[in-house]
Design a protein around this ligand. Structure first.
Ligand code: ZN
Length: 683
């Protein structure tokens, strides 16, 4: 039998072969399609004969696909990737077909209009609401000619987004600065010099091969901005970076053909048409239809309010930095290409400490047992290793979660270390989602994946503080997925949670990496067992908020530009993209942008990716998590009652109720930005 199709047990990772993938996906997709047709033929529709079987189909498809997607990320190889990519496009057309199925839309509508609707649970009502909303946002409810136009524009928009990203990529790649004399690169640390030398060596053109090659990829750009003593060089690289994909010619005239200026206009126009076809005033309204925020005004008020509260501090930070730069090198004025350089120097002067110093205090075992102890105190759960379960690699561990009533709540795989053929970054992904059926409860299983520093020699793995924080972050997502008590697949765990609220449990967990009391549980010198010295701990805390206001207003500038642009585009008073950005900058920035700055032309989040009128979500989720944590600051960071309240109102509820209501149940009021500002030292 095809091992992928056995969904009664956990995936048999070591048995699955690349050639199993396509037949398994083909089979499940064709079964699902046939089944859906039969379901829609029924004379009368109700929850049990429509939504329950639909959720079972979704769950089965997810259980077959999840090990494929997962292995593609953690054990990548050529033949697997080929099969994966092939099936990915089959899955995406299946999803599109489903989302455009008018009969299915009508079936959900009839459920909403049925007498039984009032007797449905919150979770069931939420599923129906989500389904109808998504069908409608996908244009299913439109009349025939409008529907045709909708599809046309959608296709065009997806091409435009692709062109936008491609232009950014090409503009980034074609700009190159070759440096033969190492003296020009004074200040750059060895790792950066090695990187630039390697960039040069990998070039085909002989004239580049020797010496150092600076590109506009982020690692190179960032290294030059942060460390290069040569001010002229910083300026040149900076201007190259901020004019990418714009109409401005820089030294490489070829760049001009990658100009995104018109692409941006077309994207804005297309999204406005989409909004109007769907009956909204602007695209910002479309964006928040699926989010926790209730109105476009609420988002703007939220961002402007944060700006007001951080602005003075940001001015102070700027003045401090400029004074430092003038004093250090006698420059007349702090220019945009000086900021990162002097910020790094000032940081070193103020808080002489490096992440390296903390490493001996965070051996892997101590961090993990400490983390488990923390969640035991907060949520009453016990986590223990399960050595029986097969994993995909010998480094990977598997764990069971049991709650206070001895009930099994979930399981997870923990794949901690960086290795070859494993995708970078850290993430949580679902292996199995919770669902209750006639056969019983299907308990959730998560993949927790990081790329932490592996053990070297006979020393245990030692983490720096950023790595510890990353682990806590992903663990927070994992708890949201695993501790859910919702029985309906579509809104259990993180399923169905609004996008701007999904980072709440993850960023929330990070707080336990910064408190003395919890650090005692997760740290101890790997040789002596000593606690982190007081002095080092204090430096770590003060460095945390270094230039916090400047970073805050930078994010606010991006978020306000994004949101105002999509909200105001083509309204009376709208004066264009550049004008909108200039206007936001005049209210938010403390350092005047250089005239050549065309940041918008490479703002891929909102023109190439999925963040259009949604960039604010980053800050929104930070406010939620800081505010949720502040309740623990009031009652004690290990307070059992508060822990259980967070468990019952947030973690267990998943997407079964609107995030705003769940938050209010936990906190007793609406979210407030005070805690975030206080945590960032801005009060
Ligand atoms: Zn996250």
């Amino acid at each position: 039998m095809n091992p992928l199709l056995n969904t009664d047990t956990l995936p048999a990772f070591r048995q699955i072969k690349a050639e199993n993938i396509e037949p398994a996906i083909d089979q499940v997709l064709s079964e699902n399609k046939k089944h859906l047709e039969e379901l829609l033929k029924q004379d009368s529709i109700n929850w049990e004969n429509l939504v329950t079987p639909l959720q079972k189909m979704d769950s089965r498809l997810s259980r077959v696909w999840s090990p494929v997607r997962h292995m593609n990320s953690v054990m990548n190889n050529e033949s697997w990737r080929k099969q994966h990519d092939k099936c990915l496009s089959k899955l995406s057309s299946y999803q599109t077909e489903l989302s455009q199925n008018e009969d299915l839309y009508k079936a959900f509508k009839s459920l909403r209009d049925s007498v039984a609707y009032e007797s449905y649970s919150n979770a069931q009502k939420q599923i129906i609401k989500h389904a109808l909303r998504d069908f409608e946002l996908g244009g299913v409810a439109l009349e025939k000619d409008k529907k045709h136009r909708f599809k046309e524009i959608k296709d065009l928009l997806s091409q435009l987004s692709n062109t936008f990203s491609q232009n950014v990529l090409d503009a980034t790649n074609t700009w190159k600065k070759h440096v033969s004399d190492k003296k020009e690169l004074k200040g750059l640390p060895d790792y950066a010099l090695d990187m630039l030398a390697q960039n040069a060596a990998s070039q085909n053109k002989a004239k580049y091969k020797k010496g150092y090659l600076i590109g506009l990829d982020f690692p190179s750009f960032n290294a030059v901005m942060t460390y290069a003593k040569n001010r002229k060089l910083r300026k040149e690289v900076y201007l190259g970076y901020v004019t990418r994909a714009s109409e401005l010619k820089d030294k490489n005239a070829e760049n001009k053909k990658f100009d995104n200026t018109e692409v941006i206009k077309d994207i804005l126009e297309g999204r406005l048409v989409i909004a109007e076809l769907l009956g909204y005033k602007n695209y910002a309204e479309v964006s928040i239809a699926k989010k926790m925020a209730n109105s476009t005004d609420e988002v703007l008020k939220f961002l402007n309010d944060l700006n007001e509260k951080s602005h003075d501090k940001a001015v102070e930070e700027f003045e401090q930095l400029e004074a430092f730069a003038i004093e250090t090198d006698g420059i007349g004025k702090l220019e945009a290409w000086d900021t990162a350089y002097y910020a790094e120097k000032l940081k070193n002067k103020l808080y002489e400490f490096s992440q390296q110093e903390l490493k001996p205090y965070f051996p892997a075992d101590k961090v993990i047992t400490g983390l488990f102890e923390i969640v035991k105190r907060l949520y009453g759960i016990t986590i223990s290793e399960n050595k029986e379960t097969e994993t995909w690699h010998d480094d990977v561990l598997f764990y069971d979660i049991i709650d206070e009533n001895n009930e099994s709540r979930g399981q997870f795989y923990l794949d901690l270390y960086a290795r070859e053929n494993k995708q970078g970054g850290a993430w949580m992904d679902e292996c199995v989602s919770r669902m209750k059926t006639d056969e019983g409860v299907q308990t959730p299983v998560a993949y927790l994946v990081c790329n932490l520093t592996p053990p070297v020699g006979d020393k245990p793995a030692l983490f720096d503080h950023n790595e510890v924080t990353t682990l806590f972050h992903e663990f927070g997502h994992g708890l949201h997925h695993m501790l859910t008590k919702v029985d309906e697949y579509d809104v259990s765990g993180i399923n169905g949670v609004e996008w701007d609220a999904v980072e709440l449990p993850s960023q929330f967990m990070e707080n336990w990496c910064w408190e003395k009391e919890s650090l005692k549980l997760i740290s101890g010198h790997y040789q002596t067992g000593d606690e982190i010295p007081e002095d080092l701990f204090n430096k770590m805390l003060s460095a945390k908020n270094y230039r916090a206001a400047s970073m805050m207003i930078r994010q606010l500038e991006f978020a306000l530009f994004d949101f105002e642009l999509y909200k105001n585009y083509a309204t009376p008073g709208y004066e264009g993209v550049q004008q909108t950005l200039d206007d936001v900058r005049s209210r938010v920035s403390v350092q005047k942008a250089v005239e050549e700055n065309r940041f918008q032309n490479s703002f891929s989040h909102i023109f190439g990716g999925g963040y259009a009128a949604g960039y604010y979500s980053y800050k929104w989720a930070e406010v939620l998590s800081a505010d949720a944590f502040s309740k623990f600051e009031e009652t004690g960071i290990f307070d059992k009652t508060t822990g259980r309240e967070f468990l019952n109102n947030i973690l267990e509820k998943g997407g079964s109720e609107p995030a705003a209501e769940l938050f209010k149940k936990f906190r007793g009021r609406d979210p407030d930005s005070t805690a975030l500002l206080r945590h960032s030292g801005l009060m």
